[in-house]
Structures are given as structure tokens and as C-alpha cells.
Design a protein around this ligand. Structure first.
Ligand code: UT7
Length: 328
């Protein structure tokens, strides 16, 4: 079977209004702006209002992506929402979004691969289009990490923010679009980054709430070491599969977890910082939404030019990782 070339037709992003600065965090936990900036690169994050959930952020980002793609919601065949903070365990956030958009004919599901979720979602949705089963797909990374963050834990609360990024996928001219995907997982690292409560292993209870099991737990330095190793490996493997080399990259769009992790990846790939999209100082780590927000911002800034080699790369809980090479 001949596969169709698939690419990104439009991007969009949305972050909630409220901003949480390092100065605000200094009043909440024992930390300081200097530590946060030098250890993470972060300065601000956006935080959802009490009434806002991931589907609300996803909806706003999707409207922009659809407009930029020139695609109507009724033309969507598939909606994939990558998230670790769905509105509820079920129905899926994708179904709530499908209804709100009026995407009547679209199949819809959520995907859980933590911070790698958006790249997993792209790989998934693009295959439906490549095989001819579907024409248009909406892939979103949407998170309200503030709702699962313990604001008394300085190890984690300085890192996370809320937001959503969306892309519309469809057929593109031969030679353009997705050139390769590299996806991976290592469940041996499952304990390093998790939210233990609320599932079938540890259902919600007074005890699960009182013992903080509904908050993110992270073994920071272990995850850091894994990230530094896997970001370079995944990007290089995706390039190899696409028949390209490090020197071919025009723009790297990495998961925005820590400026030191990004700098290590740039060293490994011999890339100058100008060839990298960095916006974690404004949004913090938004898990599955980090890469699509960065991609949409690169698009807004005119940093994605036709023919460019764009590499997306991320890692996250699971443990998981993913990378993709796109000819823009
Ligand atoms: O997308 C999800 C994946 N997650 C990540 O990518 C996170 C990966 N990990 C990291 O980015 C880093 O490990 C952190 C930013 C979380 C921590 O940075 P680190 O350089 O690994 O610091 P550390 O955990 O080794 O802590 C160093 C020191 C400790 O003090 P002592 O034991 O040396 O006295 C911490 O208690 O820094 C202390 N510390 C803080 N100090 C001020 C930890 N958090 C803070 C804080 N403010 N917020």
C-alpha cells in the first residue's frame, strides 16, 4: 500500500490568564528566584482558574489551530488529546472537546504518555491519514498540572504550568510532512514520576488524599539523568530513520522541562541555541502541552519556513520518550 505524505496544516496554543511568578513562589515555599532560574530556567507559568479544566484550554487552542489550517470542525475525522490531567477519568477529554467543537463525525480518544504524549499522538493520528483511513485529525496536548501539584513541595511546584497546544494534520505535498518517528518506553522507571492516587491500584479515599497521593511525585535528579541521555538518543534515532544528520536540523522543538536538559541536548546535537525553540521561562513545564505550545509559538514568530527540517523531541513519565522529524 502506498502511504500518503502527512503533515501539520495549522497550529494553535492557549494558556490561561493567571501568571505565577518566581516571586509568588518565594512566598509559598522556601525557594528563591535565583535558584529557580539557574537550576531550571523558569520565570513564570500560567495557571488555570478554579473553574477551568484541560478541555477548556484544549478548546481554545483547537479553535486557533483549525482557523490556521482552514479546516472546519465538521471536517475532522479524528481527535486525539494527549494529557495526564483529563477533565475526569472518563469520558475522555477528547469526547468533551468533540462535542464542544461540533466535530460530529470525528472519532475521539485520550492518550496517556505523559510529557511524550503529544509526539505519541502525532505518530498515532498521522498513521490513520497515511493509510487513507482518515483525512483530517486534530492532535492536542492539554494540561492543568496546577490541579495535581503540591504547592508545599518545592521540589515540584516551581516546575509546572497549565496550557494547551493543538495541530491539525492532513495530507501534504510529496516530500513534506512527517519524515520519521521514534517512540520508546521503559516501564522499569515507572516509580520515578507518577501520580499514585485515584486509579484502580489506589482508589480515591480520605487516606489517599491526606497522604498526598493525588499530587505529582518526581525523583527529580533521576529523571534529569534519564532526560539528558534520552533526548539526544531519540533525536538522533529519528534523524537516522529520516536519512538525515544533526547538521540538517533547522529548528529543534524540545520538551520544555529544564533549560539544563535542553542545553545538554543542544551540545549533543552540536546545535546553537538560535536553532532551538525555548519558552520554558514563560510557561514552565506543561507536560504533553509543552511541545505543541512551543511549536505554535515558533509558528507565530515565523520560525517555521517551508522546507525546514524541524525536530520535535520529548521525554516523560512512564518512562517514555518520542521524537519526530518534520519537513515543514
Ligand atoms: O517533564 C517531566 C519530567 N521532569 C523533569 O524533567 C524534571 C527533571 N529534573 C529536574 O529538572 C531537576 O532535577 C530539578 C529542577 C527538579 C532539581 O534540580 P537539581 O539540580 O536536580 O536539584 P536537586 O534535586 O539535586 O537539589 C539540590 C538542592 C537540594 O538541597 P541540598 O540537599 O543540596 O541541601 C534541594 O533540597 O536544591 C534544593 N532544592 C531547592 N532549593 C531552592 C530543591 N528544590 C529547591 C527549590 N528552591 N525550589
Amino acid at each position: 500500500m502506498k502511504l500518503r505524505p502527512v503533515g501539520i496544516l495549522g497550529t494553535g496554543k492557549y494558556v490561561p490568564e493567571k501568571v505565577l511568578t518566581n516571586a509568588d513562589l518565594e512566598k509559598m515555599v522556601e525557594t528563591n528566584d535565583e535558584w529557580i532560574v539557574t537550576r531550571t530556567g523558569m520565570k513564570e507559568r500560567h495557571i488555570a482558574a478554579e473553574h477551568e479544566a484541560s478541555s477548556d484550554l484544549a478548546y481554545q487552542a483547537s479553535l486557533i489551530a483549525l482557523k490556521n489550517a482552514g479546516i472546519a470542525p465538521e471536517d475532522l475525522d479524528l481527535i486525539v488529546v494527549a494529557t495526564i490531567t483529563p477533565d475526569s477519568a472518563f469520558p475522555s477529554t477528547a469526547c468533551l472537546l468533540q462535542e464542544r467543537l461540533g466535530a460530529k463525525k470525528a472519532a475521539a480518544f485520550d492518550l496517556s504518555a505523559a510529557c511524550s504524549g503529544f509526539i505519541y499522538g502525532l505518530a498515532n493520528a498521522s498513521n490513520f491519514i497515511a493509510t487513507g483511513m482518515y483525512k483530517h485529525a486534530l492532535v492536542i496536548g492539554a494540561e492543568c498540572l496546577s490541579k495535581i501539584t503540591d504547592y508545599t513541595d518545592r521540589n515540584t511546584c516551581i516546575l509546572f504550568g497549565d496550557g494547551a497546544g493543538a495541530v491539525v494534520l492532513g495530507e501534504v505535498p510529496e516530500g513534506r510532512g512527517f519524515q520519521s518517528f521514534e517512540l520508546g518506553a521503559d516501564g522499569a522507571g515507572a516509580e520515578l514520576l507518577k501520580l499514585a492516587g485515584g486509579g484502580s491500584r489506589c482508589p480515591s479515599s480520605v487516606d489517599s488524599v491526606q497522604s498526598g497521593k493525588h499530587f505529582i511525585y518526581m525523583a527529580g535528579s533521576e529523571v534529569f539523568k534519564f532526560a539528558v541521555r534520552i533526548m539526544g538518543n531519540a533525536a538522533e534515532e529519528a534523524l537516522r530513520k529520516a536519512g538525515l544528520a544533526k547538521g540538517d536540523i533547522d529548528l529543534l522543538v524540545p520538551h520544555q522541562a529544564n533549560i539544563r536538559i535542553i542545553q545538554a541536548s543542544l551540545n549533543r546535537l552540536d546545535l546553537p541555541e538560535e536553532k532551538c525553540m525555548i519558552n520554558l521561562h514563560k510557561y514552565g513545564n506543561v507536560s504533553a502541552a509543552s511541545i505543541p505550545i512551543a511549536l505554535a509559538e515558533a509558528d507565530e514568530e515565523g520560525r517555521l519556513k517551508q522546507g525546514d527540517c524541524v525536530v520535535l523531541v520529548g521525554f516523560g513519565g512512564g518512562l517514555t520518550w518520542g521524537a519526530s522529524v518534520i519537513r515543514w
